[in-house]
Design a binder for this molecule. Structure first.
Ligand code: NAD
Length: 434
């Protein structure tokens, strides 16, 4: 198998081991987020008062949502909205529909949003929401009822200058349209209350692909910085949903070989690289990427351990743990998903010279274009796609440069560098307000 060359790692055992405390193997998502925050706060010698303010969320809502199901029975769902921090602007964050959603996960994702919005310098804070449910087993009518019920219950916490939801795993533009419609019943026409809505209802061109486009930009910049030739790189992507599929398409357009992709049902592999447009056609006709003619089926576990240059986990958190980290062969891991690498695995990677581009940088393209959507809604003036993509490119490259600079100057891991850049902005705004 051909592999792209990689320059010797200046950061690999580079200062990294010295700067990070050993991580426990089993942590929940909130403990992981706290661990990452604390490591950066310690490194920056962030003052105690600011740490106190940033360590826990500002507000947490847990709501009960009764839904009359199609079979006539009443089911009770639980929904969460966690508002972590808003010193830099209104709370901002997606809403996840998944059977594993719980308060801890939503808390951790809300904190990641605070750091992400600061890192790409958009004037938002951080929030996240979710409902514990399995949307794949619900009808459109049931999903609409669930979404409208949730929107009513969290209405008092939302607002164009207070808290603006967006899609995440298991939700999409249609779900945002229902939230906007429900909010509008009480408050009047308010497109800026959600982002990631259909373009026809005030959504932004380029929002659908924005997170994947950001992943492509960051992967390209990381390859450049670390002496890897993206044109000859072999790439595996776990998760072929909104983020993974767009990342696959855009990274393959750069000339890289996407040798494997997967979804919840399994993955496919092609030694010479997959034709991504054909994967889309196959997915659209069968509902999954698996069993695509001319490819070899692989499991999600096997995909993570393939002989590739770049591994992009783009599904759920906790994909790479103490159980499989030793089998990963990639030289660069780009966290398109949120929290796909546990701190224990992170540490292992660094000790082996494998670089990890953290989630708060790699997947920040989505919230960046969400910001553009919000701006367009407030100004009632639409941008064309070229402007959206151009502005996204500028912000993502600027964020990459700031993180890479700090990584090199302070000889700290990319994750700690990203947190340091973000925390500095949030801390400064906190000091100015308090
Ligand atoms: P999505 O629901 O569109 O797609 C998720 C994909 O992962 C699907 O292909 C699904 O089949 C697959 N998947 C689910 N469970 C899996 C499993 N156990 N193993 C392997 N594959 C599995 O979600 P998305 O919007 O693409 O989000 C993916 C990740 O990116 C999440 O971690 C999300 O928080 C993060 N993210 C999304 C956005 C966004 O704008 N959508 C922005 C920032 C971060």
């Amino acid at each position: 198998m051909t592999t792209a060359t990689i320059a010797p790692s200046p950061a690999a055992p580079v200062g990294d081991a010295a700067n990070v405390r050993p991580a426990a193997p089993h942590l929940n998502f909130n403990q992981i987020a706290n661990e990452q925050f604390q490591a950066a706060a310690d490194h920056m010698k962030l003052d105690r008062e600011i740490q106190l303010l940033l360590r826990t969320p500002y507000r947490e809502l847990i709501v009960q949502i009764p839904v009359r199901m199609d079979n006539g029975s009443l089911e009770l769902f639980h929904g969460f909205r966690v508002q972590h921090n808003a010193v830099r602007g209104p709370y901002k964050g997606g809403i996840r529909y998944h059977h594993k959603v719980d308060l801890n996960e939503v808390r951790s994702l809300a904190a990641l949003m605070t750091w992400k919005t600061a890192l790409v310098d958009v004037p938002f804070g951080g929030a996240k929401g979710g409902i514990t449910c399995d949307p794949t087993n619900m009808s459109r009518k049931e999903l609409q009822s669930l979404t409208r019920g949730f929107a009513q219950k969290i209405d008092m916490a939302l607002g164009v200058y207070r808290d603006i939801p967006a899609p995440d795993v298991g939700t999409n533009a249609q779900v945002m349209a229902w939230i906007m419609d429900e909010y509008g019943k009480k408050h009047g026409y308010t497109p800026a209350i959600v982002t990631g809505k259909p373009v026809n209802l005030g959504g932004s061109l380029g929002r659908d692909e924005a997170t994947g486009r950001g992943v492509m930009i960051i992967t390209r910049e990381a390859c450049k910085a670390f002496g890897m030739d993206i044109k000859n790189a072999r790439v595996a992507i776990q998760g072929f949903g909104n983020v993974g599929s767009w990342a696959a398409r855009l990274i393959s357009n750069l000339g890289a070989k996407i040798v494997a992709v997967s979804d919840v049902k399994g993955g496919i592999y092609a030694e010479k690289g997959l034709d991504i447009e054909k994967v889309f056609t196959h997915l659209n006709s069968t509902g999954s990427v698996v069993d695509m003619p001319g490819t070899q089926d692989v499991t999600n576990e096997e995909l993570l351990t393939l002989n590739v240059d770049v591994l992009i986990p783009a599904a759920l958190g906790g994909a790479i743990t103490e159980k499989n980290v030793d089998d990963v062969k990639a030289k660069l891991v780009v966290e398109a998903a949120n929290s796909p690498v546990t701190p224990f695995a992170d540490e292992k990677f660094r000790s082996k010279g494998i670089r990890i581009v953290p989630d708060i940088l790699a997947n920040a393209g989505g919230v960046t274009v969400s910001y553009f959507e919000w701006v367009q809604n407030l100004q009632q003036f639409n941008w064309d796609l070229d402007k959206v993509n151009h502005e996204l490119e500028l912000r993502m490259v600027k964020a990459w440069n700031a993180v890479h600079q700090r990584h090199t100057d302070e000889k700290i891991p990319l994750r700690m560098a990203a947190y340091a850049v973000a925390l500095a902005k949030v801390a400064e705004a906190s000091r100015q307000r308090f």
